[in-house]
Design a protein. Structure first.
Length: 73
C-alpha cells in the first residue's frame, strides 16, 4: 500500500478552528479539543487529513456530543 505525502497547507489550522468553533458553540465547556497529527505541525508533510482529539469532560454527555459530531461531519 502506498501513501501519498502532500505538502502542509496553511488552511489546516483555520479549518480546525472553524470546525471546533461549531462544536464548542453547541457543547461549550463539556469538551476539550486538540489539533493533533501532521496537519498540526507547520511545514510537515502528511496525508492531508486534519486529526482532532476530543476529550469529554462528563461521560453523561458523550452520546449527545457524538450525535453532534455526526451532524457536523
Amino acid at each position: 500500500m502506498k501513501i501519498k505525502i502532500i505538502e502542509h497547507k496553511k488552511k489546516y489550522f483555520s479549518d480546525y478552528q472553524q470546525f471546533i468553533s461549531k462544536l464548542t458553540e453547541i457543547h461549550g465547556k463539556l469538551i476539550d479539543t486538540h489539533h493533533i497529527g501532521s496537519s498540526s505541525v507547520t511545514g510537515l508533510g502528511g496525508k492531508g487529513v486534519i486529526d482532532i482529539l476530543i476529550g469529554v469532560k462528563n461521560w453523561q454527555h458523550a452520546n449527545e456530543i457524538i450525535n453532534s459530531l455526526k451532524k457536523l461531519v
